[in-house]
Design a protein around this ligand. Structure first.
Ligand SMILES: Nc1nc2c(ncn2[C@@H]2O[C@H](COP(=O)(O)OP(=O)(O)O)[C@@H](O)[C@H]2O)c(=O)[nH]1
Ligand SMILES: [Mg+2]
Length: 451
């Protein structure tokens, strides 16, 4: 998606790689290169300007944090600024308490992906809520049929009416059906137009006057370039937007415009569509996307090569990442590397009270497994390594073939990765971990050092 930005950014970063102290000129030059890359990917001028200004404010004239090289610290600043720009806030749908009727209205231009997204959201929430899809595209009977088919596929209720010519009347009837069926999440798919027009706005306003809508979400084709600003601001002005869903995030086209929507409209991106299938939707995660843009995966690798041992600061960052549940395969690999740098598991375990009684043979086996895991991760694409989506079967097969391992081993890695992520997932669990460490006479600091 952001290949061209990533390329420019990586080149810019490579010029300052390894420098312990960066001059203000180096910082400014690098930021200007990044700003240009953002602009060429259709990020709005205002957003790119603001990025430059904010990042400069953070980075220029700063004192170094003890133990962190200047280049790394700077990259962290750039990352944080980018996250702010993209928007790091609420994601997902706002759901009322169960039994209360949540009504989510989707709107946007024709072809932006509303109908597909409606079905994806239904699938995403169907375990949590009793979902009903409602089709209001009165202009295209085929669109209602499309929704019916998708609903069947997903296994949720669907209400459409190809005879009724007024969308708000269909909606009124849908509400009655929803009450009878104890539906507590209604996802309403509306008709779009090729361009913004008064009639569409009028129809949407009429819908909003008909029932209590919980959220109004704009569906935006992230490949549409600069035009998305006009579309978004027009909808914002006419009916108001509570959030944005970006579709077609999987296509390789410049998607910068969509990234500055937060800045342009003030509303958060809630979900991204990453394919045509009903499973292809992810809750939006600004940190992940920023990492993807900055090519952090590769940067991490460079850092690894350049260093003989993991720094304390890095270990801390990694722990923080784990706590925030941003743990990805790159981090997993980093951990494996760090382990072997510290003399392998055996040596590490010996440092833990009681650890020396562990079976050395078992440890050797585990080490071999880790080595195989590393080989497998190396066969993943940069995107797969960010763990933004579950790996489907065909990906697993490809990775197994590419790494010369087996699908069984890939499955094992995925499972272990999931366990690790889960174990470290919530801060509550971290508190528990801290407590049990305490019982062993260790502190979180000690664990930091170990990692
Ligand atoms: N690659 C990709 N295609 C998508 C995505 N979302 C929707 N589409 C495709 O975009 C086209 C238009 O989608 P549709 O839901 O009918 O748009 P609508 O007119 O807004 O209802 C269809 O061919 C979808 O399969 C996505 O996230 N990724
Ligand atoms: Mg449609």
């Amino acid at each position: 998606m952001f290949d061209s930005i990533t390329k420019s950014v990586t080149t810019a970063f490579s010029k300052i790689r390894g420098k312990r102290v960066l001059t203000d000129k180096e910082i400014t030059d690098t930021l200007i290169t990044i700003k240009e890359a953002l602009l060429s990917a259709d990020v709005s001028t205002q957003a790119a300007d603001k990025f430059l200004e904010e990042a400069k404010k953070k980075a220029v004239g700063q004192e170094r944090i003890e133990g962190v090289e200047g280049d790394n610290q700077f990259i962290a600043y750039v990352h944080d600024t980018l996250v702010d720009m993209i928007g790091d806030g609420v994601s997902g749908l706002k759901l009322l308490e169960p039994e209360k009727q949540t009504v989510t209205l989707l709107f946007g231009l024709q072809g932006s992906g509303k109908t597909t997204t409606a079905a994806k959201l239904a699938k995403f929430y169907k375990e949590k809520r009793r979902v009903m899809l409602v089709g209001l595209d009165i202009y295209r009977p085929a669109a209602m049929e499309q929704l019916e088919i998708l609903a069947k596929d997903v296994g949720v209720l669907c209400y459409t009416d190809t005879k009724e010519k007024k969308a708000y009347k269909i909606l009124k009837k849908a509400i009655l059906v929803a009450k009878k069926e104890h539906v507590d999440l209604m996802i309403v798919d509306t008709a779009g137009r090729l361009e913004i027009d008064d009639e569409m706005m009028h129809e949407l306003r009429r819908l909003l006057n008909t029932i209590n809508v919980t959220e109004r979400l704009l569906v935006v084709d992230s490949t549409a370039g600069q035009s998305v600003y006009d579309v978004a601001s027009s909808f914002q002005k006419n009916i108001g937007i509570d959030g944005v869903i970006l579709t077609k995030f999987d296509s390789g086209v410049r998607g910068g415009a969509a990234l500055s929507l937060k800045y342009a409209t003030g509303s958060e991106v809630r979900f991204v569509g990453v394919g045509e299938h009903v499973d292809d939707i992810d809750e939006f995660d600004a940190k992940r996307v920023a990492g993807q843009i900055l090519g952090m995966g590769d940067i991490v690798k460079l850092v690894e090569k350049a260093r003989s041992a993991i720094s304390e600061k890095e270990a801390e960052e990694m722990l923080k990442k784990v706590i925030e549940n941003n743990f990805d395969y790159n981090d997993f690999m980093k951990q494996i590397d760090a382990t072997s740098k510290m003399g392998g598991l055996g040596k590490m375990i010996n440092m833990v009270p009681g650890g020396s009684s562990m079976d050395q043979g078992l440890l050797g086996e585990q080490e071999l497994k880790f080595y195989r895991y590393k080989v497998i991760i190396q066969s993943m694409t940069a995107k797969e390594r960010l763990a933004m989506f579950p790996l489907n079967n065909s990906r697993r097969v490809r990775i197994a073939i590419g790494s010369g391992t087996s699908v069984y081993e890939v499955n094992q890695l995925v499972k272990q990765f999931g366990l690790m992520k889960n174990m470290m997932g919530s801060s509550k669990k971290m508190d528990k971990l801290a407590k049990s460490l305490g019982q062993m006479g260790m502190s979180m600091d000690d664990l930091n050092k170990l990692m």
